[in-house]
Design a protein around this ligand. Structure first.
Ligand SMILES: Cc1ncc(COP(=O)(O)O)c(C=O)c1O
Length: 465
């Protein structure tokens, strides 16, 4: 059941076999390697949504570099930008000096921002990873407020460097690093299916907002005035959990009334993925700072923060770094931002995402291991559960991490790359590129459905034996 696009260039036949490469890298790479564990394949070529491995097998890529590839792999406008820039003789590396590519990228990025934010915005180019931009945003607000603490949320993911890791929710990655989260106050994110208050829906989200407000105002609540609140409008690694718009507006009100800067981490949600160019647009909130990476580089590494000019109190060199001026990434980023806007891909992400979510939701009656289907635009989560167990008061059944891993493997066997996320890695995450075709939508849904049905059937057969 593999897709056979005709537009991949002919495969070079000189590469060593996939098995040999996998074996060698297993012996040389660190124990912390991640995706290489879930996907024992060796990509050799890629185009659009299709990856071909060294053995000639083709896969539909629904991971898209964890949401990086808005235009899929090796899109013609991206390749053209690389070729044009290389042949122009532009310097590929000039620290953070001004270049025509940086100027154009800044123009292109500012053109996508909500007007009331863009008008008074400053941009800072960071080291080329989302996590460095998160560090920069936190440091900016600590400098501006003279305060240290951060308000972060359950289920959050902001990266792996110290401040970003501290603000993230994952207990497993923080436990081996003593003292890492000392300055973070953890607040409940509105995760409707598994509501921290056992209520769910808008009601559960309102309790979360009330809790945050009361905690901040409680003179004995233990929270000294913080430097910032940081949140994702849709939690990505957390399992594609969207926050209700009303809750986001509450967070904006609560922080504004208490002069707490609000940082929205748009590293994964940006550039059309959620069906708005920036996820903040759904609720209409205007944050004090936005963190951006992944898709803004058009496949190449790039990360920035954009923030209100009032916070521009840094000294020169306050957040420096050698790789803060990647000419090629600025060129591919500009090409991508413009293409997404010009070709209506934001609207397409909203429409296709709604269709996929609806189809997956309808599958729940046929495949009861699908506990919850959620998301926004092309950021979709399918939470798998133990269908035999009793539901809790909110209707949620227990997590099914083993089943989810089997489904991911069964998808790979069927030529579909999907990754897991959320609590206990029980949520299948779909992050297809915004250029996904209708035919590819059908193929993704067919393969995923077939994989879930096959794994469930094997499980049931095992239970009955
Ligand atoms: C919301 C969010 N913030 C920050 C990061 C960290 O970005 P990076 O992996 O480029 O450091 C990620 C990565 O997945 C993310 O999803």
């Amino acid at each position: 059941m593999t897709l056979q696009p005709t537009d991949l260039p002919a495969a070079p036949r000189t590469a060593p076999s996939g098995a040999a490469i996998l074996e060698r890298q297993r012996g040389r790479e660190s124990a912390a390697r991640t995706y290489a564990r879930s996907f024992p394949i060796v990509p050799a070529r890629a185009q659009g949504m299709t990856i071909e491995d060294t053995d000639g097998r083709r896969y539909l890529d629904c991971l898209s570099g964890a949401g990086t590839l808005a235009l899929g792999h090796n899109h013609p406008v991206v390749l053209e930008a690389i070729q044009r820039t290389v042949s122009s003789g532009a310097p590929l590396h000039v620290l953070d000096l001004a270049t025509p590519e940086k100027d154009e990228f800044t123009d292109a990025l500012f053109a996508t921002l909500p007007g009331d934010f863009a008008d008074k915005a400053r941009i800072h180019f960071c080291g080329p990873a989302g996590t460095d931009a998160v560090e920069a945003a936190l440091k900016l607000m600590q400098t501006a407020t003279g305060r240290r603490g951060v308000l972060g949320f359950t289920g959050a993911y902001h990266g792996m460097t110290a401040g970003a890791l501290a603000a993230s929710g994952g207990v497993g990655t923080k436990t081996p690093v003593p003292g890492i989260a000392a300055d973070v106050t953890r607040l409940p994110y509105p995760y409707s299916y598994r509501c921290p208050f056992g209520v769910g829906g808008e009601g559960g989200a309102q309790i979360s907002a009330d809790y945050v407000e009361r905690l901040l105002d409680d003179p004995n609540g233990g929270v000294v005035p913080p430097a910032a609140m940081i949140l994702e409008a849709v939690q990505g690694e957390g399992g594609a959990v969207p926050a209700p718009d009303a809750w986001l507006r509450e967070m904006r009100r609560i922080t504004a009334e208490r002069e707490i800067p609000l940082i929205v981490d748009e590293v994964q949600t940006g550039v059309g993925r959620t069906g708005a160019f920036w996820a903040v647009e759904h609720s209409g909130i205007v944050p004090d700072a936005m963190v951006m990476s992944k898709a803004i580089g058009g496949s190449l590494p790039l990360a920035v923060i954009v923030y209100h000019e009032d916070y521009n109190g840094w000294l020169p060199g306050a957040h420096t770094g050698t790789f803060r001026g990647n000419t090629l990434a600025m060129a591919t980023g500009t090409a991508t931002l413009r293409y997404v806007s010009r070709e209506g891909l934001v609207e397409r992400a909203a429409a296709v995402g709604a269709r996929m979510t609806e189809r997956l939701t309808a599958l729940r009656s046929e495949l009861p291991v699908i506990g919850d289907v959620r998301g926004r635009g092309l950021m979709i989560g399918v939470e798998l559960v133990d269908a035999e167990a009793e539901p809790d008061a909110c209707g949620a059944r227990p997590f099914a991490p083993q089943l989810a891993a089997q489904v991911r493997d069964a998808c790979l066997e069927r030529g579909l790359i999907v990754e897991l996320g959320g609590r206990f890695d029980s949520t299948v995450r779909l992050l297809p590129p915004l250029i996904i075709t209708d035919e590819q939508v059908e193929a993704v849904l067919d393969r995923l459905t077939d994989a879930i049905a096959a794994v469930t059937a094997t499980q049931n057969a095992g239970a009955g034996a």
